[in-house]
Design a protein around this ligand. Structure first.
Ligand code: SAM
Length: 281
C-alpha cells in the first residue's frame, strides 16, 4: 500500500491511503498530483499540500463564497484569485444575481486537470457564460485591472511558491482598489492553530487598507490540525453587522443549496476562540 504524506509541516503530517494515482505532473509553477484516496474521494495536491478533496470540498467552497456574497447583498461582479479546481466558481455561480465571475489562475494545468479528473468539484462552472477565466498571476491582475468588483475571493495555495505574493501588503492594497465602495475581500488564511503567524501577518497587512478586518472559521477536515481561518476585509463595516433576519432572508431567497453553510452559521462563524482573537491583535 502506498500513502500520500503531506509536507506542509516539517514535524507533523496527515497521510491518505492512495488507491490510485490518476495524474502526476510538474507544471511550470508547481508539482501537481491527483489521486483516488480511500476515505476522501479524489484529492488534488500541489507541492505535496492537500488543496481540495471530493469529500470535504463543500465546506471550504461554501464558506469562502456565501458568507461575503450574502453579507454584501447586492453583489453582481466577483473576482476569484486562484481557485483552479473550480469549486469556488461553482458556488459563486449558484447565485442567479451574479452577472460575471472573473477567475485569475496562474497555472492552466490545474484548470485542465481539474476539469478532467474532478468534475464533481467544478461541474460545468468553467463553461458558464458568466465565467471569465484569465490565466495569469493574481497579484499582477489586481495591480492592473480597471474593473471594480463587489467581492474578491482569494482561493490561493499557502504562502510559499507562486501563492506567496498573494499574502503581501501590495496585493491587499490593490485588492482594495479593485473593490467597489462596499466591497468585501475574503482569503484562504490557513489553520491558525498551526499557521497563526500567517493570520497575524495577513491581518496587519490588510489593516491599513480596510475599515473592517477580521476572520471567520470553517471546519475543513483535510486542512489538518484545527479549524481554518478565512480572512475578512471590508471597505464597509456594515457588511459584518447584518442582522440574523436579513441574512436568513437573503439565504432563503438566493435559492442556493448548501451542505455546510446556513444563516445561523453565518452569524456564528465570526465568533472566535480567544487564541485566535489574540492573533488578530
Ligand atoms: N482550497 C485550497 C487551499 O485552501 O489550500 C486552494 C485551492 S486552489 C487549488 C489554489 C490555487 O491557487 C492553485 O490552483 C494555484 O495554482 C493558484 N495560485 C497560486 N498562486 C497564484 C497566483 N500568484 N495567482 C493566481 N493563482 C495562484
Amino acid at each position: 500500500v502506498n500513502w500520500f504524506e503531506e509536507r506542509l509541516y516539517p514535524d507533523v503530517q496527515q497521510r491518505h491511503k492512495i488507491l490510485k494515482v490518476l495524474h502526476e505532473l510538474k507544471t511550470d509553477f508547481q508539482k501537481l498530483v491527483i489521486f483516488e484516496s480511500a476515505v476522501f474521494g479524489r484529492v488534488l495536491a500541489l507541492d505535496d499540500v492537500v488543496q481540495t478533496t471530493e469529500r470535504d470540498e463543500f465546506v471550504y467552497h461554501e464558506m469562502l463564497t456565501h458568507v461575503p456574497i450574502l453579507a454584501h447583498g447586492q453583489a453582481r461582479k466577483v473576482l476569484i484569485i486562484g481557485g483552479g479546481d473550480g469549486g469556488i466558481l461553482r458556488e459563486v455561480l449558484q447565485h442567479k444575481t451574479i452577472e460575471k465571475a472573473t477567475m485569475v489562475e496562474i497555472d492552466p494545468g490545474v484548470v485542465e486537470l481539474s476539469k478532467k479528473y474532478l468534475p464533481t468539484i467544478c461541474g460545468k462552472a468553467f463553461e458558464d457564460r458568466r465565467t471569465d477565466l484569465v490565466i495569469g498571476d493574481g497579484a499582477r491582475f489586481v495591480a492592473e485591472t480597471k474593473e471594480r468588483y463587489d467581492v474578491v475571493i482569494v482561493d490561493s495555495t499557502d504562502p510559499a511558491g507562486p501563492g506567496e505574493v498573494l499574502f503581501g501588503e501590495p496585493f491587499y492594497g490593490n485588492c482594495r482598489r479593485a473593490l467597489t465602495e462596499r466591497g468585501i475581500l475574503v482569503t484562504q488564511n490557513g489553520v491558525p492553530f498551526m499557521q497563526g503567524e500567517e493570520l497575524t501577518n495577513s491581518f496587519r497587512r490588510m489593516r491599513p487598507h480596510f475599515a473592517d478586518v477580521s476572520c471567520y472559521l470553517a471546519h475543513v477536515p483535510t486542512y489538518a490540525f484545527g479549524a481554518m481561518a478565512l480572512g475578512w476585509a471590508s471597505a464597509d463595516p456594515e457588511n459584518r453587522r447584518q442582522s440574523r433576519e436579513t441574512i436568513a432572508k437573503r439565504y432563503q431567497s438566493s435559492g442556493i443549496r448548501t451542505r455546510y453553510y446556513n444563516g445561523n452559521l453565518h452569524m456564528g462563524c465570526f465568533d472566535l476562540p480567544t487564541y485566535v482573537q489574540v492573533l488578530l491583535k
